[in-house]
Write a protein that binds this ligand. Structure first.
Ligand SMILES: NC(=O)c1ccc[n+]([C@@H]2O[C@H](COP(=O)([O-])OP(=O)(O)OC[C@H]3O[C@@H](n4cnc5c(N)ncnc54)[C@H](O)[C@@H]3O)[C@@H](O)[C@H]2O)c1
Length: 451
């Protein structure tokens, strides 16, 4: 592993650019626009559930539009943002006059659609995780974003990224705390078992536009079970395991937990992927237990590396028999040639191994050299919308699209039942032509993903 003070300083500089300190322009200079008090005109799409976690940030901006398909979920947002115009269809909401930005908390199967439509209309956007649910969706969003990254700020709701442990892990591994990085692992144990789409159990409440809730997804009958969490709670745990509405834990906790690893390994896209599960493919429901393994090409500081994601009971082997990784519900493990680091979102544990387990090879950085705190994750986005440095958000649509494209490739390999060789430039599977069908999905007539 390369490691000199000069490289380390360069790394800190890059990391500051990637996720750290922001220069805020004086009030009234909202990046090319002239808005009173330097506030963004924002549309909130999906007003309740996860959206509540964003109300505090939104209160510092002008929420001029609220879009919601369930009238029962409107009152809390209207109470917070009484000036906002209410919409039911996000396609119309995005045409609200004078809009600068969008914050979106809808179902996963609408995310890439809303992201693309917002980008294509030159709107900054914060999208809840996961950014996309197919390889093709992820690639389309990334391409639209890259063409506009000099003017649009984006962020995906992977807010745990702001925890200091993310920086500490990156520093320790890049500084050689476990020697040369050889392999990485991440896992999540959430298990939400379903057998198939819920049967019709109508009528659809007059307060819900079920057709718009389904949006681009193929038609399914209404069943209140998709909303069993009640409006107060996260209902995503009642619908994100169905293929037409989400990608299960790959997109749910996978978006957060894989990020622990992603933030360290500086990966682009994998060159091959394989997956296994004790569960046969169910065309209605995503697998609960799954292991997906990706090989990433070497980069300028590490060799080619294997990264494996485990979910729903599948787990990596611990480096020592007496370590029980099951005690960490969502975690990551980094294997180097001199030891291991095991982590969750908040803590890390170094395990130096062998006769060289004396850590004398490791030169920890000084306090001044530590990566700067990211600060408030949502604010990082609103700041980037305004300060003329829009791409300087930690989980922008390039970083996040690469990660979710990788996860979606794991599901493609699971469905194909074979190891897949991936041409990441073309977005095509090279060795199993039939597996390319798993990189996209059918949408309902009338819905355009890149509109
Ligand atoms: N970052 C996190 O930690 C975190 C936590 C929970 C949920 N989430 C994400 O937030 C999103 C929402 O999850 P949730 O649990 O709040 O779901 P939910 O179903 O409880 O709430 C979604 C809200 O959006 C509305 N909505 C759904 N589709 C819509 C559409 N097409 N147009 C307008 N409004 C629509 C719903 O009526 C509801 O008010 C999911 O993508 C989920 O993955 C992220």
């Amino acid at each position: 592993m390369k490691d000199s003070k000069i490289e380390r300083r360069d790394f800190i500089r890059k990391s500051v650019l990637a996720g750290g300190a922001m220069m805020v322009l004086p009030s009234g200079t909202l990046f090319g626009k002239n808005r009173p008090n330097n506030r963004l005109n924002i549309a909130l799409i999906g007003a309740y559930g996860r959206a509540k976690a964003h109300y505090a940030t939104l209160k510092d901006e002008n929420v001029v539009a609220i879009c919601e398909v369930n009238q029962l979920n409107l009152p809390p947002a209207i109470k917070e943002f009484p000036q906002a115009k209410v919409y039911e269809d996000w396609r119309k909401c995005l045409d609200h006059p004078g809009l600068d930005a969008v914050l979106c908390c809808t179902t996963d199967h609408t995310h890439a659609f809303i992201a693309n439509w917002a980008l294509n209309r030159d709107l900054h956007i914060f999208m809840e995780k996961p950014l996309a649910i197919t390889v093709n969706e992820a690639r389309t969003v990334r391409e639209n974003y890259i063409g506009r990254k000099s003017k649009l700020a984006t962020q995906v709701g992977m807010q745990r990224h702001a925890k200091p442990n993310f920086n500490r892990l990156r520093e320790m591994i890049h500084d050689g705390a476990i020697g040369e990085l050889k392999e990485v692992f991440a896992w999540g144990n959430r298990q939400l078992r379903r057998t198939g789409y819920l049967p019709a159990a109508g009528p659809v409440p007059a307060t819900l536009n079920w057709d718009l809730w389904l949006g681009p997804s193929p038609k399914h009958p209404y069943n209140p079970g998709y909303f069993a969490g009640n409006p107060q709670n996260a209902n995503c745990l009642n619908w994100n395991m169905y293929w037409d509405f989400g990608i299960g834990q790959m997109g749910d906790m996978g978006s957060h937990t894989m990020d622990i690893v992603w933030n360290v390994i500086d990966a682009d896209l994998p060159e091959s992927v394989k997956a296994s599960s004790p569960e046969a493919y169910n065309p209605e429901v995503t697998p609960v237990e799954l292991t997906a393994s990706f090989v990433f090409p070497a980069n300028d500081w590490r060799d080619k590396i294997r990264c494996t994601w485990f979910q729903g009971g599948a787990m990596p082997k611990p480096p020592l028999k007496w370590l029980d990784l099951n005690k960490i519900p969502h975690g990551a493990m980094f294997k180097g040639n001199k030891g291991y680091i095991i982590a969750n979102f908040d803590r890390r544990l170094i395990i130096p191994l062998g006769n060289k387990g004396d850590l004398t090879y490791f030169d920890p950085r000084s306090e001044e050299e530590l990566l700067p705190d990211l600060g408030n994750f949502q604010k990082q986005w609103t700041t980037a919308c305004k300060n003329g440095k829009p791409s300087e958000t930690a989980c922008n649509f390039e970083y996040s699209a690469n990660m979710i494209e990788t996860m979606c490739l794991g599901l493609a390999a699971y469905r194909a039942g074979e190891e897949l060789v991936y041409d990441s430039k073309q977005g095509a599977i090279q060795n199993v032509a039939s597996a390319n069908q798993y990189l996209t999905k059918p949408y309902r007539k009338g819905w355009t993903m890149n509109g």
